[in-house]
Design a protein around this ligand. Structure first.
Ligand SMILES: *Cc1c(COP(=O)(O)O)cnc(C)c1O
Length: 405
């Protein structure tokens, strides 16, 4: 025991030295533009609650009603006796929202990545991912046992190069039983940079090489396209992408992950996705809140929230130096570079009552630490102006060119 403790303490000390130590802060309020942390109130620019639904009355009421009718716990995994009506209602709502044949919900987005990717790719296959995809996708790709190839962020020439390589490789190994496949995975809107993937071109490439494509819309669901389905809808690509993934815990205001696609894909995942099969179903309250979130996003109120969010985004980005015009993301990264400088900037903002997280390695590359500002439809104009004023006072309103990464 003693050696175990000493070893872990030494490892923690090393994290502290590198400015990479992390700790939890107790938030003693509901999510929203104002949160109370350790007894103090802050203006919050750190959550992914882009449409302000996390504390929305309709979602809370749905969760309460589900508890009253179905109880607090789910009892078992979905395939045993935990596949409660609220889970099915959620999946029907998701398929209708996204315009797909079927949908499957998972307890988290992390579990959706893990289960889906490992169910679709195995040791004879190749998984090709963008350099900046979420950790859940990287972990899943490793877990799958497939050969993993990483293309430079949004670099189509690099992706094409890898697909060409995979093509020749698969021809050689395509011998026994099932044919090996290439699965390309990217996000539509990147979580730490807020930029968009060139999805049209990625789709064209994967079609040219006969590869499969999975797109993670965690930061796009609810925000883009006529029906607010995501960037895939905005670009008219819905019918050409094999696997559409997203989370229920960001703009949709609840918690969980989902996969949308054909009935066949969903049937395969029910049979093969281990994070789905070997895990207790989400509690009824979570499923019901997510369904209410989906319904709200589909409604005229969802459209009003979205347009409010884009107004806030334009207010913030036009006040940066130089102004960022046409920025199409609720995520606005202010690259600081150095880890300790980013921590210092976040601490100074906190002293002034503003909660903006410093994002460091391993979430982003070493030396590309940043303040990650996220906006919500629940912010007011004057709150955005308060943030801008504080950034200007600290000389943080300058968007560094992202040459650190
Ligand atoms: C948040 C996120 C996930 C994980 O979803 P959780 O529901 O938080 O587990 C997956 N992919 C991306 C891009 C994310 O931002």
């Amino acid at each position: 025991m003693k050696i175990f403790e000493e070893e872990l303490q030494a490892r923690l000390a090393s994290l502290r030295e590198q400015q990479l130590y992390r700790e939890l802060r107790i938030v003693d309020s509901a999510q929203g533009p104002h949160i109370r942390v350790a007894g103090k109130s802050f203006l919050n620019f750190s959550s992914n609650d882009y449409l302000g639904l996390a504390n929305e009355p309709a979602l809370k009421a749905a969760a309460c009603a589900a508890v009253e009718r179905y109880g607090a716990g789910a009892g078992a995994s979905r395939l045993i006796c935990g596949s409660l009506a609220p889970h099915h209602e959620l999946e029907n709502a998701l398929a209708e929202f996204k315009g797909t044949e079927a949908a499957l919900s998972f307890s988290t987005g992390y579990a959706a990545s893990l289960g889906t990717i490992a169910a679709l790719a195995g040791k004879d296959d190749v998984v090709v991912i963008d350099k900046l995809v979420h950790a859940s996708i990287v972990d899943a790709a490793r877990l799958s046992g497939a050969k993993l190839r990483i293309f430079a962020h949004n670099d189509l020439a690099d992706l094409e190069h890898i697909l060409k390589w995979a093509d020749t490789r698969l021809d050689k190994t395509g011998s026994a039983g099932s044919r090996p496949h290439v699965l390309v995975i990217t996000e539509s809107v990147f979580s730490m940079d807020g930029d968009h993937a060139p999805l049209r071109e990625v789709v064209e490439l994967k079609e040219r090489f006969g590869a499969w494509l999975m797109v993670d819309e965690a930061h796009a669901t609810g925000l883009y396209g006529t029906n607010r389905r995501g960037l895939v809808e905005a670009l008219g690509l819905g019918g050409r992408i094999e696997v559409q993934m997203g989370t229920l815990g960001k703009a949709l205001g609840a918690c969980g992950g989902y996969i949308c696609g054909t009935r066949t894909l969903i049937d395969w995942l029910v049979n093969q996705a281990r994070s789905f099969i070997f895990s207790t179903a989400p509690v009824p309250a979570a499923a019901a809140a997510a369904t209410a979130g989906v319904r709200l996003v589909m409604s005229p109120l969802g459209e009003a929230r979205r347009s409010g969010l884009w107004q806030r985004v334009s207010e913030l980005t036009s006040g940066l130096t130089p102004a960022l015009s046409g920025w199409q993301s609720a995520i606005v990264p202010l690259i600081v570079g150095d880890e300790s400088k980013a921590l210092e900037a976040a601490a100074t903002l906190r002293e002034g009552g503003l909660f903006v997280p410093a994002i460091r390695y391993p979430t982003v590359a070493r030396g590309s630490a940043r303040l990650r500002v996220t906006l919500s439809a629940a912010h007011t104009s004057s709150e955005v102006m308060q943030l801008l004023a504080a950034l200007k006072r600290l000389n943080l309103d300058r968007r560094e060119v992202e040459s650190h990464a």
